[in-house]
Write a protein that binds this ligand. Structure first.
Ligand code: MG
Length: 278
């Protein structure tokens, strides 16, 4: 298994590649892709039992990215996992490319079309029910945006997941406090989020969504037998690039040449600051 330091290196490389392809394509959901990078890193390199070889197996773990617009970081991580060559992302957002601005099942490694928000949790709950009916031991993970939780379908699914005791289901909320139109607290306040999931019958843990160890501990096993798990991952939108962090306009946006150079410089400096051995 890769060490914490090796994963820290991967996170920086993933962020660098995410920006590279957003810059190349001329479009992208930049801030949200950067906020969920560490979550994807830990899921794919430590938690999920899924690979290009096992992707058609009914026993594989499932990952459904409900906040589908933050697809660029997912595309980068799937390339790193060997689902396709990274250079295929040169076609991102190009005419007739399957690498569009949301996940689609035409991309190897993608379980579900998502990005119409509020669908990932209901779909995941359904798959988890199927797993229970089959006595299968796979787990189902879904990544939700905090702004996405304004969609009522999430709460119908949350109620059903607890009712059916879906301890094979884990929902991770990328809680970066921002959404397309501003601060989530102002657009549609969803706090106190942990208490809401608890009231719906879920086991809940709040963590730093950029901390490799906290993510690993929270995701390695279901939090509680007989209950679905909700991980409230506190994150920073635009994480890793100083001028993008917590700035709403980077919800989507392509850096200028100067901004791109600065972002690369910051990420490369962070890479150089890591210990030589990782
Ligand atoms: Mg958000």
């Amino acid at each position: 298994m890769l060490s914490d330091q090796q994963l820290a290196r991967k996170s920086l490389e993933y962020r660098r590649d995410t920006l590279r392809w957003i810059k190349h394509s001329g479009a992208g959901h930049t801030g949200g892709s950067l906020s969920c990078t560490d979550i994807l890193n830990v899921l794919y390199n430590r938690i999920l039992r899924v690979s290009p070889q096992s992707f058609s197996s009914p026993t594989r773990d499932r990952y459904i990215q409900s906040k589908g617009h933050s697809v660029e970081s997912l595309f980068v991580v799937l390339a790193d996992q060997g689902f396709y060559q990274q250079e295929e992302l040169a076609s991102l957002c190009r005419y007739e490319s399957h690498f569009v601005g949301h996940p689609t099942k035409k991309i190897p490694g993608v379980e579900q079309n998502t990005g119409a928000l509020g669908h990932g949790l209901p779909i995941s709950a359904g798959i988890a029910i199927g797993g229970k009916l089959d006595n299968a031991d796979f787990r189902v993970f879904t990544l939700l945006g905090d702004g996405e939780l304004a969609e009522g379908s999430n709460w119908e699914a949350a109620m059903a997941a607890a009712h059916y005791k879906l301890d094979n289901l884990t929902a991770i909320v990328d809680c970066n406090t921002l959404q397309i139109t501003g601060h989530t607290a102002n657009v549609m306040n969803n706090e106190p989020l942990a208490e809401k999931f608890q009231a719906f019958g879920w086991a809940v843990r709040s963590i730093d969504g950029h901390d490799i160890r906290e993510l690993t501990a929270a995701l390695s096993t279901p939090l509680e037998t007989g209950k679905p798990s909700a991980i409230i991952a506190r994150t920073v939108k635009g994480k890793g690039v100083s001028f993008m962090e917590n700035v709403g306009k980077w919800h989507h946006g392509v850096p200028s040449d100067e901004e791109y150079a600065q972002a690369l410089s910051e990420l490369n400096s962070a890479l150089k600051a890591l210990p030589e051995t990782c």
